[in-house]
Design a protein. Structure first.
Length: 148
């Protein structure tokens, strides 16, 4: 089952206890409903077009393995948590996209997961290629990921 959030509207200023957002929920490239959270804490609200799809989605989420964090904490999966993880991934990608407008981002092998180093760079493709070349020379063999 391929589950995606599309048309995500995130309201950072209204997010207090949880992320405030609305989004369309797609399963296997078909819009099956919407999800939202008012940002005041509590669960995500899921609105499905039909009950059968809702049941299938919930069963799918419950069958997923637990999420294991670096510190060893293990959280069991359910539909609400699955949606939260999809939103978290969407927000990370949106942030990276914003950064890449004005910077080249990279991570060294010793850096912790999710941490990025940045270098300001013009939008010019040739300039960005020079920046990447410079970083590869400076951190020879140490670069894990580089995005420009």
């Amino acid at each position: 089952m391929n589950v995606e959030l599309k048309n995500v509207k995130h309201c950072k200023w209204a997010s207090q206890e949880t992320e405030c957002f609305t989004a369309s929920l797609y399963i296997d490239k078909k819009r099956v409903g919407t999800v939202e959270n008012d940002g005041n804490g509590g669960c995500n609200f899921m609105h499905f077009n039909d009950r059968a799809t809702e049941k299938n989605f919930i069963d799918f989420c419950n069958s997923q393995p637990p999420k294991v964090y670096e510190d060893g904490t293990e959280l069991s999966m359910d539909a609400d948590f699955y949606i939260s993880l999809l939103l978290e991934e969407h927000l990370k990608k949106a942030e990276e996209k914003r950064w890449l407008r004005t910077m080249v981002i990279f991570r060294l092998k010793d850096d912790e997961e999710g941490a990025w180093r940045t270098v300001k760079a013009k939008k010019d493709k040739a300039y960005r290629e020079k920046v990447v070349e410079f970083l590869n020379k400076k951190y020879e063999g140490q670069i894990e990921v580089i995005k420009s």
